[in-house]
Design a protein around this ligand. Structure first.
Ligand code: SF4
Length: 318
């Protein structure tokens, strides 16, 4: 079994896949762990049952390359012909139908090519699958994506965003972006900004390119982008994520949302707590006895840049 790890009381990470042979030009993983392996469905279901039995009612599926689940390679052109439902789809179905007590199922990272119409339809049909998707963009420039050796185009990515939005009510979409990839021009960065705005990411994990010895991109030193330029691009993308995240949360003002309550905030009034919604943003609320580990229905009263505050209107089961 691959390792799994827990965080807090309610959420647990469940690793389902390891290794990658896609050889993105900036990534060292295929050199270190080229063998693609997956945890069998039965083992994942069994592990999920144990985790849920221990109180982790939200599971986050993780892997180096989720789209390679049940495949021998992460290279899409070499993956074996599949029936309508991919192995990842069959796994999600198994978890949603065979793990009593599982409230939320979150998938850590997906790409165009993973989210087929069949998979989206399946996810939509199981209430446990949360409307939060982490979809790493890396770059919105066609040329940079090719130089990165990513397996999708800018248009593939934008189509995936449209498909997710069509399938789910107000999905929360987060992403990872590498800025200052060797040779990235101002215009190419603008294309990334354009995709970030069109996609409406509510959080952008932007980080500057950092050469990993042994990778192809580490050898392109003459094209390295100046650190101050990269830092400015990181700042611009983070700002977009914060702005879009705030307007995303504002849609829920006045609505009642379900949160999984986490531990009390010791630095605050002892009665203040927070929990995460299915769309992953945190909501802060007061509860006299403490609600950690419980499902709480909270009316969203106030949406501030740094926090969302609400009032408890009902409790779920412990
Ligand atoms: S797909 Fe992910 S793990 Fe595989 S080489 Fe690319 S960045 Fe690395």
């Amino acid at each position: 079994l691959l390792e799994s790890r827990q965080t807090g009381h309610q959420r647990a990470f469940l690793k389902i896949q390891d290794g990658c042979d896609a050889y993105c030009t900036y990534c060292i993983i295929p050199t270190l762990r080229p063998r693609v392996s997956s945890k069998p469905v039965e083992d994942v279901v069994e592990e999920a049952r144990r985790l849920v039995g221990a109180g982790h009612v939200e599971l986050i599926l993780t892997g180096i390359f989720m789209g390679a689940y049940g495949q021998e390679t992460a290279l899409r052109r070499r993956q074996i012909a599949r029936d309508a439902l991919t192995p990842l789809g069959r796994l999600i179905e198994g978890l949603c139908t065979r793990v009593p007590g599982l409230k939320r199922l979150r998938l850590s990272s997906l790409e165009p090519g993973d989210l087929t119409a069949d998979l989206l339809g399946l996810m939509r049909s199981h209430a446990q699958v949360v409307p939060h998707f982490h979809l790493p963009l890396q770059s919105g420039s066609e040329r940079v994506l090719r130089r990165m050796n990513r397996q999708y185009t800018r248009d593939d990515f934008l189509r995936m965003i449209d498909d997710v939005r069509a399938a789910f009510d107000r999905p929360a979409i987060t992403t990872d972006i590498i800025v200052g990839f060797p040779g990235e021009t101002e215009d190419e960065f603008r294309q990334t900004v354009d995709v970030a705005e069109r996609s409406g990411f509510i959080h952008v994990h932007a980080f500057p390119f950092s050469p990993r010895p042994g990778t192809a991109a580490a050898r392109w030193a003459k094209d390295f982008v100046r650190p101050d330029v990269a830092a400015e691009r990181v700042r611009a993308l983070r700002e977009i994520g914060e702005r879009q995240g705030l307007s995303f949360r504002r849609q829920f003002a006045g609505e009642t949302v379900e949160v999984l309550a986490e531990s009390s905030n010791a630095s605050d009034d002892a009665h203040w707590q927070h929990g995460r919604t299915a769309r992953y943003f945190a909501v802060h609320f007061q509860h006299p006895e403490g609600a950690a580990g419980r499902t709480v229905r909270v009316r969203v009263d106030e949406v501030l840049p740094d926090r969302t505050v609400g009032t408890v209107v009902g409790m779920g089961e412990a």
